[in-house]
Design a protein around this ligand. Sequence first.
Ligand code: FES
Length: 153
Amino acid sequence: MDSTQIRQLNEIISRWTGKPGALMPVLQEIQEKFGYIPEDAMKEVSAKLNIPLPEVYGVVTFYHFFSLKPKGKYKIQVCEGTACYVKGAKRVLEKFEEVLGIKVGDVTPDGKFSIESVRCIGACSHAPAVMINDQVYGRMNSEKVSQLIKTLK
Ligand code: FES
């Protein structure tokens, strides 16, 4: 974490210090601000809020909306909700992994793409659906995945 991030982190933590139930809101703010929960941030939260580190880590890993890794410039979210799943979401996910050479939950080495598996994104009628940043792409298939990545690269 750089000095700006450390300052932002301290600012978030100090606003919640001494308040009951501070852990979740603090982690949510960190996730929003940085796009993930850096390991150093978990240590700071643990020390300053006086919560054992395994407990902080346990919360971060339990809830899927917290991430331990930074996201890519293009945040690919493949829906694996029921409607998408039955229409081949798994194949779409595997195609993204193949084309980008990374696994779900990872980021490409250049920081450009990350892949996540998510639950329903509200586009069931366009299943299988994918969201990249704020844009939804429907009726995905292997060919569309390749084309999309080519365009974004
Ligand atoms: S299940 Fe995929 S958009 Fe609803």
